[in-house]
Design a protein around this ligand. Structure first.
Ligand code: ASP
Length: 312
């Protein structure tokens, strides 16, 4: 059992255009992932808890418009951005989730705040109002809409097609983090703008506890991909059950459940860590933006299968 804290993040699974996978195209992604890892790492190495670390890491990725969360979120069929996020503590099993937000600058902070409340999930304007009353930074709905997202949405507008926001090579996706703190406790957080051209009001797996996000005493999981498929099989909780009840390592458990997602035509991936610090980052898309950092080490980031690039 490692006593060193560990943090992993993802920036979405998908099929990026090849020019974005070569330098210099991939650099902004790598740097953003490394920044998110550093933000969470600095909390963990000072003895901060896993919930704070995952929240801090996801906040950095929400603020970066390259990712489909917070500013730069994928747009719904009506051209608006609707944000969803969730956080779960593996120590207390407390959860906070928000769906359909339009005004909280950092949806993950809204979700983290709600963790302290007896309610686990708030929707729409009620979530925005809760966050505003608690003093979180609020923005106008336009803040989330970037030029790149408008161009991406225009390609699908009026059609019934929906897409993983990163399947057209224009950007990357949903973001998430899992952490194991110095005391061995785990947490997970996930944040998204959903699928490109989704119906307004559509909710995927990200804010659904047990689907896109799960943490308990044994493991923490954050998923990305075609959320409807992940939700149908209760992805994250199913991985957790395989780890706990079958004693599988995260790699085997998440790989098995990802194969089940594929059976219902879902594509995507996840990051999963267990209480002993074993990490797995499987995906069945061409790429998944991901990274991890152990103890005081340098962040390591990866996009293609089998990669690992240390960011010094
Ligand atoms: N899982 C997200 C959703 O379905 C999308 C993504 O991961 O990119 O809303």
């Amino acid at each position: 059992v490692s006593e060193r804290p560990l943090l992993a993040v993802h920036g979405g699974a998908g099929d990026l255009a090849s020019h974005r996978l070569r330098h210099p195209g991939r650099q902004p992604y790598e740097q953003a992932l490394a920044r998110a890892l550093r933000a969470g790492q600095s909390i963990l190495i000072r003895g901060g808890n896993a919930v704070r670390a995952v929240t801090a890491a996801v906040t950095v990725l929400e603020d970066d418009e390259l990712f489909n969360a917070g500013r730069g979120a994928a747009l719904c069929a009506d051209g608006s951005a609707e944000l969803c996020a969730s956080v779960m503590s593996g120590r207390t099993l407390r959860v906070g989730a928000m769906v359909g937000l339009k005004r909280v600058k950092n949806p993950v902070l809204g979700a983290a705040l709600l963790m302290r409340h007896a309610h686990g999930l708030l929707y729409g304007g009620h979530g925005d109002d809760y966050a505003a009353q608690a003093g979180l930074e609020m923005v106008s709905p336009d803040y989330f809409v970037t030029r790149m997202r408008v161009l991406q949405w225009r390609k699908l507008r009026g059609s019934r097609r929906i897409a993983l926001d990163h399947s057209d090579g224009m950007s990357q996706g949903t973001v998430g983090a899992v952490a194991r703190d110095r005391r061995g406790y785990l947490a997970a957080a996930t944040s998204t703008g959903g699928l490109v051209n989704q119906l307004p009001g559509r909710v995927g797996d990200t804010p659904v506890i047990g689907a896109g996000t799960w943490a308990d005493r044994n493991c923490a999981i954050s998923a990305t991909g075609k959320g409807d498929a992940f939700a149908r099989i209760a992805f994250a909780r199913r991985v957790a059950d395989m780890i706990e009840l079958l004693g599988l390592p995260p790699e085997q458990a998440s790989g098995r459940v990802l194969a089940e997602v594929a059976q219902v035509k879902g594509r995507g991936g996840c990051i999963a860590v267990d209480a002993t610090g074993r990490l797995s980052t499987p995906f069945n898309t061409k790429q998944m933006l991901r990274g991890w950092v152990v103890g005081r080490g340098n962040p390591v980031v990866a996009i293609l299968p089998g990669e690992s690039v240390e960011v010094v």
